[in-house]
Design a protein around this ligand. Structure first.
Ligand code: DON
Length: 586
């Protein structure tokens, strides 16, 4: 009943985010004080911001970044689907509903845990095409060709989203594909009202869009506006072709023919051969014990390993009594844990088929101890290295995450992306597919920062067939009794691992509830630039003068966390209040 009531409210009043009424409460120190802050988006039918972004049920909860994507999941659940059907339906739907965040020409990761069957990590991320080499992106003098990895046809990797969803669905789903894709097809064909975040993305990207893309995202040769109806007819046809020809549409079907036609004008950068040789990679998730829980997370080239190192380092530092007392000590522990983990990411991260990422070492307690010894030296001697003035590029915020958990502990955690806002800002004519710009997730040259200011080494250099390093870290946690406790993940570029860390820290260490844990002001450090980023709400509690050994920047943390937890016999879902999504369920 609650689902129907809530859904109908959401559908009628989708995204009227104007009034700023209720004010949630937050503790304003890392450990104690309570304060109020914030103005909040509101939808009618939700008594408070919290009411809109938190939902509890007993059977199943999905948390995603669009109400209709969550609803697509629930639609197939009601038809007798399982969590994987929910995942597949919501994934197809979200690519229609958040075309600036993800696309069927994108890629992603999924961690699937079905307690009675097993656990899997699926890598369906974009791969460099055969023609994708490091030299393709640099001038003869060795300088990087501006924007070539960022916009246009050469910024795209070979997509994996469709192959990924179809493989997972075929292995574990129950329902037929036409039922799974039906909601996405409806949203594409009948359209939906453009919401603020999408309208902003369309108007910002409009000047760069190719004509095929402007046709879809425009009316009368101008960018479509908030509240107008967005119909994606070519995308609907692509979805229909996937239903009719699931095995081959993305191998050598009509879609691939259209893509190679488009690329015939761009040096055949992506070819039919690239699609034919694309493989979804299936492996065991990375498993580790941390903070009293077992975590299943994505192995490299995801950053799951760095998330776990970060948690281990924090725990090791907590055991030492050499750190300053109170909140300053806590900020040092968190910052230094992040700094080391992002250093590891920059120096070692890359596709494990091309480089050795020493996962066992990075997850070991010995490593946490050794690194903590080094941090401790700085803290005890007070001789912090001089803070360097380094630029931080403005980030683009997109990508999307879906968390799903049912009463039997079955869980899916998936992050999917086109990388930057509207990826490569081009559409393959006749397909409705927005190109990703995931080639920018490679280190185009050692030490040259990408869209997220992240640097990389040779381990993440561009090579044909290689998968770029990713911050996406979809994860599932089990409690001490082995029961599924939490499903979590986030979009947010470089801030993905730290936003998950912040939320787990709030929830598991500070024992705050899930909504507070997701909403709480965050701390972020990513090794380069050498600076802590603190949400502005905690500026007064943590002035730069209290942290003289750091360079502090107060800036809104933009990553959006989507999480579901089990508490007793209840499931609680939260969609990040910064976003447009809702959790739904029964
Ligand atoms: O895989 C990555 O690390 C990036 N492509 C993720 C991009 C992202 O999350 C964009 N931001 N919100």
């Amino acid at each position: 009943m609650k689902f129907n009531f809530r859904t109908s409210i959401l559908l009628v009043l989708l995204f009227s985010f104007n009034s700023c009424e209720s004010i949630p409460f937050f503790r304003d120190s890392f450990t104690s004080k309570i304060t109020e802050f914030g103005s909040v988006p509101q939808i009618e039918g939700a008594k408070s911001k919290r009411d809109r972004y938190e939902f509890s049920g007993r059977e199943i909860i999905i948390s995603s970044d669009h109400p209709l994507a969550s609803q697509a999941g629930m639609e197939v659940w009601k038809q007798g689907g399982n969590v994987v059907d929910v995942f597949s339906a919501a994934s197809f739907a979200i690519s229609v509903l958040r075309p600036h965040s993800t696309s069927l020409f994108g890629g992603g990761f999924a961690v699937v845990y079905l307690p009675s069957k097993g656990k899997w990590a699926y890598d369906f991320r974009e791969r460099s095409p055969k023609k994708g080499t490091a030299s393709f992106y640099v001038n003869e003098d060795g300088s990087v060709i501006p924007d070539k990895t960022l916009k246009g046809p050469y910024s795209a990797g070979v997509p994996g989203t469709v192959q990924g969803i179809l493989q997972i669905q075929k292995q574990h789903g129950k329902l037929p594909l036409n039922a799974i894709i039906a909601p996405a097809l409806r949203y594409a064909r009948n359209g939906y009202s453009v919401y603020g975040d999408l309208a902003t993305a369309i108007s910002k990207t409009w000047p760069q869009m190719n004509p095929a893309m402007q046709k879809v995202f425009g009316i009368d040769n101008r960018a479509i506006r908030e509240g107008e109806l967005l119909i994606q007819e070519d995308l609907a046809k692509t979805l229909e072709r996937i239903i009719e020809n699931p095995e081959n549409e993305f191998l050598d079907g009509e879609t691939v023919r259209l893509v190679s036609g488009y690329y015939s004008e761009f040096q055949d950068f992506i070819t039919t051969e690239d699609f034919k040789t694309y493989q979804v990679k299936t492996s065991d998730p990375l498993v580790s014990s941390v903070w009293g829980h077992t975590i299943f997370t994505m192995p490299p080239p995801s950053s799951g390993v760095h998330l776990v190192t970060m948690m281990n380092l924090y725990s090791e530092m907590q055991k030492r009594n050499t750190f300053p007392k109170g909140d300053v000590g806590e900020i040092i522990r968190i910052t230094e844990a992040m700094r080391v983990s992002y250093r590891d990411r920059a120096e070692l991260g890359g596709d494990p088929l091309f480089t050795t990422v020493p996962v066992t070492k990075l997850l070991s307690q010995t490593y946490a101890k050794e690194e903590t010894n080094e941090i401790e030296k700085k803290v005890v001697s007070g001789s912090w290295p001089a803070v360097k003035e380094e630029e931080k590029k403005p980030e683009s915020y997109n990508t999307t995450h879906i968390s799903i958990l049912d009463k039997d502990g079955n869980a899916v955690s998936t992050t999917q992306s086109v990388n930057g806002i509207f990826g490569g800002a081009e559409m393959v004519p006749g397909t409705g597919l927005v190109l990703n710009n995931t080639m920018d997730d490679f280190a185009v040259a050692p030490g040259v920062p990408n869209l997220y200011g992240l640097v990389g080494s040779k381990a993440n250099a561009i090579e044909p067939g290689k998968t770029p390093l990713s911050s996406m870290s979809p994860s599932i946690l089990l409690d001490a009794f082995g029961k599924t406790k939490m499903v979590i993940g986030a979009p947010g570029g470089s801030q993905i691992p730290t936003s998950i860390f912040n939320t787990l820290y709030r929830y598991l260490i500070q024992k705050q509830d899930l909504y507070e844990s997701v909403s709480y002001p965050r701390i972020h450090h990513q090794f380069r630039p050498d600076r802590i980023f603190l949400d502005p709400e905690i500026k007064e509690s943590y002035p730069q003068s209290d942290l003289p050994f750091y360079q502090v920047q107060y800036i809104r943390h933009r990553a959006k966390v989507f999480a579901v937890t089990r508490e007793g016999d209840r499931l609680i879902g939260v969609s990040d209040p910064k976003g447009e999504g809702v959790p739904l369920g029964f």
